[in-house]
Design a protein around this ligand. Structure first.
Ligand code: HEC
Ligand code: HEC
Ligand code: HEC
Ligand code: HEC
Length: 340
């Protein structure tokens, strides 16, 4: 009884915290907000430094995930970035004095957290909440299974449904929400800032692919398998991830066009979809190509963003992966930093 009351309190107070800042404020997210000014930001991941718990808080229960993450490029490379001569050179061109805290770099390379006195500190590289969203409003409830339930196995179906929909409404980016998850990746991996690339000579980025890049070094599929196993995702799931990734890639390119990048910025995303279309006929893919072609020939890019998102979210929800084996040959193998 006491337990259940305590839980209700947490949910309600979290609702109050979460509601005010679902889209996030703060200096770091502001950089993203500025880049997307004028484009609808619904669905943007919340990385408000005031709502970040930090990876150590997750590690209390997710020890395996934390270990994998520590060794991934997201954390390991960030540790040495500030001393990297190339990073220093790029920073100097842009007048950045502290790579770890300046939003111009930290927004994509680090996790910023606000301390009690309101000061921003860089606490880690790209970490759990960079992809799963700032957790203040969902960290407790996502791991509470009901009054008498110690673990997810004891949880009632109704409680589970309520818990997950609550976490979703708080912006938690769960593995079920593939479109939002892929959008999180693209918010950093689509490097479209012309000043960063052309003036400062920052790498334009290797061509990103959501399914394969999720299955390599950063993979941490422990909870679904139980114990210490970390299996790659089922091929039917990878197909959905691949299609969702292709949609997000197009959305991300349209966003860039909407804020001034040249229209040909989206040609790579359209070609990628055309290759899928040649392998198998999927209505959603045909629609995406049509929308992309509209933008390539000067159509409304900001409007396209919303239409693409609606299609992509539907692809994720309908889990169309079963039976689409024609796609398999297009999905690159699991990405490994070693193999580059
Ligand atoms: C008090 C323990 C605890 C803490 C702290 C914790 N988690 Fe969890 N988390 C769990 C448990 C237990 C589950 C499995 C829930 C289930 O089976 O549905 C879980 C599941 C998840 C899932 C998968 C949800 C899904 O829909 O499959 C994600 C993502 C996640 N946690 C992220 C995080 C992140 C990020 C943090 C830190 C900000 C964190 N967790 C902190 C216990 C915790
Ligand atoms: C829009 C997100 C974004 C911003 C902003 C950004 N970076 Fe990067 N940066 C990346 C990504 C993603 C990569 C990896 C590219 C790849 O391998 O595909 C990268 C790679 C690098 C590399 C290549 C070496 C390495 O560690 O892989 C350096 C150096 C670097 N960034 C420095 C900086 C500096 C300095 C700033 C600030 C002036 C900055 N970046 C801002 C996203 C960003
Ligand atoms: C907050 C920004 C951010 C987010 C979100 C993000 N990444 Fe990254 N990622 C980076 C940066 C920056 C690097 C380069 C790190 C470095 O080399 O310094 C990187 C590197 C990588 C690498 C290693 C690349 C290499 O050169 O070895 C992989 C794989 C990767 N990311 C996959 C993903 C996937 C999959 C997602 C989404 C599920 C994702 N990333 C989300 C910023 C981000
Ligand atoms: C670069 C983005 C990224 C980072 C950083 C990240 N995750 Fe994830 N996480 C993902 C993706 C993508 C999936 C789904 C992968 C799949 O289905 O193949 C996932 C899945 C999960 C799951 C569910 C696994 C399952 O078996 O279903 C949990 C739990 C989780 N993450 C927790 C964490 C914790 C805790 C951290 C930090 C220690 C973390 N994640 C860091 C992107 C990320």
């Amino acid at each position: 009884m006491f337990k259940s009351r305590a839980m209700t309190t947490v949910w309600i107070s979290a609702l109050a915290v979460g509601a005010a800042v679902v889209l996030g404020g703060g200096a770091v997210t502001q950089a993203v907000a500025e880049r997307t000014a004028g484009v609808e930001t619904a669905g943007m991941i919340n990385r408000d430094p005031g709502q970040i718990a930090g990876p150590d808080a997750c590690a209390e229960c997710h020890e395996n995930e934390h270990r994998v993450w520590m060794e991934s490029a997201h954390e390991a490379d960030a540790k040495v970035l500030s001393r990297d001569p190339e990073a220093k050179r790029i920073a100097k061109v842009l007048g950045v004095r502290r790579i770890k805290t300046d939003a111009k770099c930290a927004g994509c390379h680090f996790t910023s957290k606000e301390n009690e006195s309101g000061k921003l500190r860089s606490i880690a590289g790209v970490s759990c909440e960079s992809c799963h969203s700032a957790s203040a409003s969902w960290i407790d409830p996502h791991a509470q299974f009901g009054a008498d339930a110690e673990s997810a196995e004891d949880e009632s179906a109704q409680h589970r449904a309520d818990r997950l929909s609550y976490c979703d409404s708080m912006g938690m980016v769960r593995p079920d929400r593939l479109y939002e998850l892929a959008s999180a990746c693209y918010s950093c991996h689509a490097i479209t800032d012309q000043e960063l690339i052309h003036t400062a000579g920052h790498p334009a980025g290797t061509e990103f692919e959501f399914a394969s890049w999720s299955q390599g070094d950063l993979r941490h599929n422990f909870t679904r398998a139980g114990a210490d196993a970390n299996p790659v995702s089922a091929i039917s799931r990878q197909r959905v991830m691949f299609l969702v990734g292709a949609a997000v890639r197009l959305e991300s390119a349209c966003r860039a066009v909407a804020i001034g990048a040249p229209a040909e910025t989206i040609s790579g995303a359209i070609d990628h979809l055309r290759r899928v279309d040649q392998a198998v006929t999927i209505d959603a893919v045909s629609s995406l190509i049509e929308i992309g072609e509209g933008v390539a020939s000067g159509g409304d890019a900001a409007g396209a963003v919303e239409r693409i998102r609606a299609i992509g979210v539907r692809i994720a929800a309908e889990r169309v992966g079963e039976g689409l084996d024609q796609i398999d040959a297009l999905i690159p193998g699991a990405y490994s930093s070693e193999g580059r």
